[in-house]
Design a protein around this ligand. Structure first.
Ligand SMILES: NC(=O)c1ccc[n+]([C@@H]2O[C@H](COP(=O)([O-])OP(=O)(O)OC[C@H]3O[C@@H](n4cnc5c(N)ncnc54)[C@H](OP(=O)(O)O)[C@@H]3O)[C@@H](O)[C@H]2O)c1
Length: 311
């Protein structure tokens, strides 16, 4: 991304999460003035604190990367999930609207029921299967109600070198066990948090640099990496990628969802159709395997950690 003329200030919530970390790092590299708020700095479920943070920072836009993302735990903590995923995005969007700035929000493929068999476009009917998906769907609605000047980016199966995610869990288990049993009948698309950050930063720049009198295509967009796989296919790629970088080669066996009961029901098929973001903003997602390779480098070779990203 080339340097922009005006260093727009972006307020980023959830700055220590997978996507938050990438937004802060890549945002600074792209020339934005980043005001990063971790959960400790700003609890997004506190509406007064949200308004105060925006008033004190005077950002050009807010990107909400904070969320309650524990899909299974949400089943037993619906109120906590609702406060963070449903109500808080509405507080942020309302404060943005009052400040006359746009809001960028992230949502999930888990708003869909997963009964489909072709990629879901943005206007496909939603029908979340669990508390997490339902609270995220309500958060989308709260944003739409509070301000027309929003981008809601639905994404899927997020991974990165930071925080908790499936890639790190599989690498840990591959170090401990000789065989991994992984669900093979849920299909979706793994997505690198850095790629989500790049997509959001690109749209933010287009929005902030757009002439005031020109209508901007605000709304809901799908963004994931390209391709699709099952959790088992994803696990195999992680283990193979790790093995080629010196890690243990362990067997990954496919199992059925029915053989791995979890508190939350998950969609069987949640591939997102990313045509709209490509047509509207010329954002062309790369293959999930390429994003995975970039993430495996620092995770499998500690020497990479001090070298920074190669991108
Ligand atoms: N992870 C996925 O597979 C996935 C898939 C589809 C969509 N998404 C969506 O993508 C977005 C980013 O996800 P991610 O995986 O980057 O999330 P993440 O790594 O779980 O990070 C979320 C961050 O939000 C923080 N947070 C939680 N409650 C907060 C509160 N009340 N106030 C302020 N911060 C709070 C968390 O802090 P603590 O760690 O201290 O709780 C964490 O740092 C979310 O909107 C998520 O719903 C994620």
């Amino acid at each position: 991304m080339s340097e922009m003329k005006t260093p727009f200030r972006l307020l980023i919530t959830g700055a220590l999460g997978q996507t938050g970390t990438e937004l802060v790092q890549r945002g600074r590299e792209a020339g934005y003035d980043i005001a990063a708020f971790t959960r400790e700095d700003l609890d997004i479920s506190d509406s007064d604190a949200v308004a105060r943070a925006i008033a004190a920072t005077v950002p050009a836009a807010v990107i909400n990367a904070a969320a309650y993302t524990a899909v299974d735990r949400a089943e037993s903590e619906p109120e906590a999930a609702r406060a963070i995923n449903s109500l808080a995005p509405g507080f942020i969007a309302r404060a943005c609207h009052e400040a006359g700035i746009p809001m960028f929000h992230i949502s999930t493929d888990y708003v869909f029921d997963g009964m489909g068999s072709i990629p879901y476009p943005e206007d496909a009917p939603i029908s979340p299967q669990g508390v997490y998906g339902a609270t995220k769907a309500a958060g989308e609605e709260a944003v739409r109600r509070a301000t027309p000047h929003h981008i809601i980016l639905r994404t899927s199966w997020v991974f990165s070198a930071h925080g908790q995610n499936f890639v790190k869990t599989m690498l840990r288990l591959a170090g401990e066990r000789d065989e991994l049993n992984v669900v093979d009948d849920q299909r979706g698309c793994p997505t690198g948090a850095g790629d989500i950050a790049d997509a959001l930063l690109t749209i933010a720049r287009l929005a902030l640099e757009a002439p005031r009198d020109q209508a901007f295509p605000w709304g809901t967009y799908h963004f994931s990496n390209r391709g699709e796989t099952s959790w088992c296919g994803f696990a195999r790629a992680i283990v193979e990628g790790s093995a080629t970088r010196g890690g243990r080669k362990v067997e990954v066996r496919g199992i059925a969802t029915a053989d791995y009961p979890t508190p939350a029901r998950r969609p069987a098929y949640s591939v997102l159709d990313c045509g709209k973001i490509q047509r509207t903003f010329s954002i062309h997602p790369r293959a999930w395997e390429d994003a995975l390779a970039e993430t495996l480098d620092p995770l499998t070779n500690p020497a990479h950690r001090t070298e920074g990203r190669s991108k």
